[in-house]
Design a binder for this molecule. Structure first.
Ligand code: DGL
Length: 269
């Protein structure tokens, strides 16, 4: 076991990656550096080149913070950027899609699996390719859900507007007879209660955060635990806004949150 300690970086377009951060905090005793790219949220409607450029900038910035691993706690970046991105040397990259597919394959009994995800993730074909490769006998039903990230980022996790959007997106999946639903965007676990009201208890819901955190944990156990792990937060947007929003979503006061403007240095709030 190596004694040296180094932080683990996590990034997303906004609050969604906090679902992965929460799962990681439960398992991994290391400093965690969370980067919310709220200047560019939502990622779901951006081009591959844009997502690649944002992801490269963030990973480069996290590398400067001396992280030893980076978790793309974002399906859209995992789908569009990770397959074509070269990580800085010595940095291990984790994505959320492969763990989600593994869990989806082992959960389904009737071999009908649904996916809720951003437009970018669905159109990338990443989930479809992995299912085709590893479980060609499974019928896979991807659903684009463009309204959900803006609702979650606005702090709306239930209520009529959320229900209406979820009904629209889940209706075709329920009609297709799925018994397993992958939440293919890290923002969606914050909508778990209204999602389950629609799917009922018979549909297994896959939140990729848990399997991703397990993957990171089993890789990093070669290093000594940090007895006093610290949490650091960065955002490309408004730090006070992110601090308030993130504290609401993780149900505890987080902070401080620092501001990072790509190419223009950093300031602390
Ligand atoms: N939470 C991210 C994902 O998993 C990004 C969603 C977005 O910003 O549109 O895809």
């Amino acid at each position: 076991m190596e004694l040296s300690q180094a932080p683990i970086g996590i990034y997303d377009s906004g609050v969604g990656g906090l679902t992965v951060w929460l799962a990681l905090k439960r398992l991994v005793k290391q400093d965690l550096i969370y980067y919310a790219d709220t200047a560019h949220v939502p990622y779901g409607d951006k081009t591959r080149d844009q997502i690649l450029s944002y992801s490269q900038t963030i990973i480069g910035f996290l590398a400067e913070q001396k992280v030893r691993a980076v978790v793309a706690a974002c399906n859209t970046s995992s789908a569009l950027a990770l397959p074509v991105l070269t990580p800085p040397s010595g940095i291990k990259l984790f994505g959320v899609i492969e763990p989600a597919v593994r869990e989806g394959i082992s959960a389904t009994k009737n071999k009908r699996v649904g996916l809720m995800a951003t437009v970018g993730t669905v159109e990338s074909g990443s989930y479809q390719d992995l299912f085709r490769r590893h479980a060609p006998d499974i019928d896979f039903f991807p659903q684009k859900c463009p309204k959900l990230v803006p609702l979650v980022e606005a702090g709306l996790t239930d209520g009529p507007e959320v229900e209406q959007a979820l009904e629209e997106y889940l209706e075709p999946l329920m009609e297709a007879g799925i018994d397993t639903l992958i939440l293919g965007c890290t923002h969606y676990p914050f909508l778990l209660a209204p999602i389950q009201r629609i799917t009922g208890p018979k549909v297994a819901i896959i939140d990729p955060a848990h399997q991703t955190a397990k993957d990171v944990w089993s890789w990093q156990k070669q290093y000594a635990d940090n007895p006093n792990p610290r949490d650091v937060f960065w955002t490309s947007g408004d730090p006070r806004d992110f601090q308030a929003k993130a504290s609401f979503f993780v149900d505890r006061q987080i902070g401080p949150v620092r501001h990072h403007s790509p190419g223009q240095g950093e300031t602390e709030e």
